[in-house]
Ligand binder design. Structure first.
Ligand code: ZN
Length: 437
């Protein structure tokens, strides 16, 4: 008897559905863990397959190490340029429980380096976006998300729940907070940082005997010297490599590769240019004078939770320059300016090459030396410094204020003005086609 085409297609469809149900059933059955010890969960057949290639590496430590990973919990603070690659590899490697804390949402400007987030997740909390990706990558990992800032009031509750902490943040105040709370909770910290083409990696408070962040840096860097990725820029693979080295150190710590006998305090410094290299520096041991891990610590849980320790004040706030109102104009006034004024763009040359206003001259502000180079070289011969209108612009309007002050006060410019809010403001208010970057 012949079947009609429609009946045949319906039959095929039914068989496909039956087939997929059977596959699901087989998968579920082979995914039931076989307990090794009664108090720990063992591996399922699927997990043997998934982790086989790392379990057979001699340095890794075979099945016992895989079980240690499975029974471990880690807290990743920051799901950005360092956190994303670290999370990718650590969830793939089979850490049992991963906590992710990040109060930020995904932005388009993150995506070139924060490779766990995707274009359709722009606007979503980074920790939720990361959880979504991890659940597809490895369904055996439990992920807990905290879409909030780590603060003096929640840090103890959160950090104490995990075996180990990864510091994937980028601001000194939060680094000191993570350090102090982790030391007081007895947790080892894997600490990374990265900017532009370089990065650093270290293990802090190893097994409660190693040096902590305060042993290395009792005093924070001056707030004005701290640059963020949005100001300083960052190459994705360079910071990504640091995140990946953090993942490997985490695996080594959780599987017991490091012991009190073989662990030596270190700081690894990665440089991406000109020739890639990682240099490893031996660091001093724990300092008895350290304010948190030393012999007479002043920093205690009570002092932190009562906000007696003010982390933001300790690290200082970068003070925005303030210029007299008569030395400033807004973007509207500048757009209506019909004098034959000169516009000096004080951004670094690489930013000037991305985009610039017509007829502007690029004379970069040197933030270290706090000066402008050779202005006279760029001006026409016989230029009337005292009277000719000169405007100064930069990306956000900070450096342009410093440069304007310098030009007016020490370089003899009598008619110089800063453009408030810089090119960012110009794009917002005057010309929406002017690219932001
Ligand atoms: Zn210390």
């Amino acid at each position: 008897m012949e079947m009609s085409n429609e009946a045949l297609l319906a039959r095929i469809k039914a068989l496909e559905i039956e087939n997929s149900h059977l596959r699901q059933k087989v998968a579920q059955e082979s995914d039931v863990p076989t307990p090794i010890h009664p108090d720990e969960s063992g591996l399922s057949l699927q997990e043997y397959l998934r982790y086989g290639r790392q379990m057979i590496v001699p340095q890794f430590g075979s099945l016992p190490s895989q079980l240690k990973l499975k029974n471990s919990s880690i807290l990743v603070v920051g799901a950005g340029g360092l956190g994303c690659p670290a999370l990718l590899y650590l969830s793939a490697a089979g850490i049992g429980h991963i906590g992710i804390i990040d109060h930020d949402t995904v932005e388009i400007s993150n995506l070139h380096r924060q490779v766990l987030h995707t274009s359709d997740n722009v606007g979503m909390f980074k920790c939720e976006s990361a959880k979504k990706y991890i659940s597809k990558l490895n369904p055996h990992v439990k992920v807990t998300t905290y879409p909030t800032r780590l603060t003096t009031s929640n840090a103890f509750d959160i950090i104490s729940q995990y075996d180990l902490v990864l510091d994937c943040t980028d601001a000194p105040a939060i680094r000191y907070l993570i350090n102090d709370v982790s030391v007081l909770c007895g947790k080892t910290i894997v600490s990374g940082s990265g900017l532009k083409t370089d990065g650093q990696l270290s293990i802090l408070n190893f097994d409660n005997i190693g040096p902590c962040y305060r042993c290395f840096y009792p005093q924070p860097p001056s707030a004005d010297s701290v640059t963020s990725c949005s100001d300083g820029g960052v190459i994705g693979p360079a910071i990504g490599l640091v995140g990946i080295t953090m993942a490997l150190e985490t695996i080594k710590l959780l599987t017991g590769f490091y012991t009190r006998d073989n662990f030596k305090p270190f700081l690894s410094i990665y440089s991406g240019y000109p020739q890639q290299q990682i240099r490893v520096f031996k660091m001093r041991n724990r300092q008895p004078t350290c304010a948190v891990c030393g012999s007479a610590p002043q920093i205690t849980r009570e002092a932190i939770e009562s906000d007696e320790i003010d982390y933001v004040a300790f690290c200082g706030k970068a003070s925005p320059p303030t210029l007299d109102a008569n030395l400033r104009i807004n973007v509207n006034q500048y757009s209506n300016d019909d004098t034959n004024s000169i516009l000096i763009d004080v951004r670094p040359n690489e930013q000037f090459q991305i985009t610039s206003l017509p007829n502007s001259i690029n004379i970069p502000w040197d933030p270290t030396m706090k000066k402008l180079e050779d202005v006279d070289d760029y001006l026409p011969a016989g230029f009337d410094k005292k009277n000719h209108p000169v405007y100064v612009v930069c990306r956000y309007g900070n450096d342009s204020q410093l440069a304007t002050k310098k030009l007016a006060e020490t370089m003899g410019f009598g008619n110089v003005k800063d453009i408030i809010g810089g090119l960012n403001k110009w794009s917002d208010e005057i010309d929406p086609t002017f690219p932001k970057y």
